[in-house]
Design a protein around this ligand. Sequence first.
Ligand SMILES: N[C@@H](CCC(=O)N[C@@H](CS)C(=O)NCC(=O)O)C(=O)O
Length: 169
Amino acid sequence: MDVVFPNRAQEHNPEGPNNWQFAPERIAMLTGAPLPECATETATRQAFRFVRNIHDAEGSKERSVPILYDRLSRWIVSNESAEIVRMLNRSAGPLGIQYSNKMRHNLYPADNNLREDINALNKLIYIAINNGAYKAGFSSDKAIYETAYRKYFDALAKLESLLTDGLLF
Ligand SMILES: N[C@@H](CCC(=O)N[C@@H](CS)C(=O)NCC(=O)O)C(=O)O
């Protein structure tokens, strides 16, 4: 797994501002030290500096993470986190072979009722929280900001109450 630096490249970067960057040498502001989990890019074997380079290599204008990359076909398999989680859950069991079956949870069991619940929760989390943070954070319109902000905290409150009531497990 290649981890990007948690802050994107700076405004004045010649490759363009605000790109996710593989930058193990970058210093974290909070600690004043590099972050040990940040890596160079190994998936493509081209040691790309920016996530955009991986997208560019296949003619895509996309700039986002996460990316699931197939080293054999040298192609992006998926750029969608919910899809990647399901793919890994279905097919990457052997990677967790050191764990007992009891510890290896099935994140998407083959039970239609459960899957409906999971899909509904994913939708709420994706729209109101994952995407909602961007909607509020990047908004230049007060009304859009207010709506996204309210939906974000309403969704967190809903998740909190689901967890408190034990309905998720
Ligand atoms: N469809 C995506 C959305 C992911 C997403 O919003 N990624 C953000 C980082 S958390 C991103 O890379 N945005 C583009 C950017 O920051 O330039 C997913 O959930 O997998």
